[in-house]
Design a protein around this ligand. Structure first.
Ligand code: SF4
Length: 317
């Protein structure tokens, strides 16, 4: 916290819509959430649930044809209203973004070392030698065993795990208050996944807030303080790690957990709804085994524990 100002990120009634050939696709609807500074919040859900859209919306990196309504506030600023110049200051300096595919997010023609030192030279005005030394130390700190070789490599010469580390090293320079990581363990083998998880644990210990967008429920359970479950553009449940993993209430959350490799890989039957033609009622009802009276009505979030909320009238009664 800077002085008395909270460095939480607050999202209120955020909706995101894209035009398409079949109508307007409402990929995120009325999402309200508080991301607490210094804590890790995991966003989990199936593909297409809106997890990455939410992270990208906070960074204001959605395509130009996306229509956003609602509010995202941070450090007393309304991120949907500030100028592109102000937003650029926040990106990287205050909120770091680790993209889903870090190799593609880097400049393919520029050596890794130059990409890392540019961050220091541009943001802190450091000279060449000071930036180089600091970049090498940072690469080593993030577990790259041969930082000199990595420094002089091009992005395509890095493995997936190395690229994740380089991106994390770059994004924690100089020292942002927040990191948003989009599927940081996707496509990595189990050993590298564990190493990347250890690296995020280190970042957490350094007191940084993090928004962890992931399919990897084991990673969310290991790292997160809070977990938010998204489905078809809506939040269906949120709570502490224990609430979600030990005492899940929403039928979708239970299905998601049962579909995890560690819990038997039992898939949730059916498919998510067509977001360009949404029907009334509970968004999950076409796939819910408990669907019955009352489910034809739109559901609202209800409190079922200290920080535990669920959007299902049947399970919260
Ligand atoms: S409101 Fe009804 S359909 Fe929706 S999750 Fe709850 S029980 Fe299932």
């Amino acid at each position: 916290m800077k002085g008395a100002i909270s460095m939480d990120i607050e999202v209120k009634q955020l909706s995101v819509t894209f035009p398409s050939s079949t109508g307007y696709v409402r990929v995120l609807r009325d999402v309200s959430l508080l991301f607490h500074e210094g804590k890790i919040t995991a966003l989990v859900g199936e593909s297409g649930s809106g997890k990455s859209i939410l992270g990208t919306a906070i960074m204001r990196l959605l395509p130009e044809n996306a229509k956003m309504t609602g509010s995202i506030s941070y450090d007393g600023k309304e991120l949907l209203q500030i100028s592109e110049k102000e937003m650029n200051e926040i990106r990287g300096n205050r909120i770091g973004w680790i993209a889903q595919d870090p190799i593609s997010a880097m400049d393919p023609l520029m050596r890794v070392g130059r990409q890392v030192t540019e961050v220091l030279r541009k943001r802190l005005g450091w000279g060449k030698e000071k930036s180089r030394k600091s970049a090498l130390a940072q690469l080593e700190k993030y577990g790259l065993a041969d930082p000199i070789r990595v420094y002089s490599s091009h992005p395509h010469q890095l493995s997936g795990g190395m690229a994740q580390r380089v991106m994390a090293a770059m994004m924690t320079l100089p020292s942002p208050e927040w990191l948003i990581a989009d599927e940081p363990t996707k496509g990595l083998d189990p050993l590298v996944r564990k190493q990347v998880a250890d690296m995020f644990l280190q970042i957490k210990m350094a007191g940084r807030g993090m928004l962890l967008i992931t399919h990897d429920l084991a990673l969310a359970e290991r790292l997160a303080d809070r977990v938010v479950v998204l489905y078809a553009g809506e939040i269906l449940e949120q709570g502490s790690v224990a609430d979600i993993f030990k005492n899940p209430q929403h039928p979708y959350t239970r299905g998601l957990l049962a579909a995890a490799p560690s819990r038997g890989l039992h898939p949730i039957p059916g498919n998510p709804p067509d977001l360009s033609h949404l029907e009334d009622g509970c968004i999950f009802r076409k796939r819910c085994a408990l669907c019955g009276k009352g489910c034809e009505k739109r559901q609202t979030m209800r409190k079922v524990g200290e920080v535990h909320f669920v959007k299902c009238g049947v399970m919260s009664d």
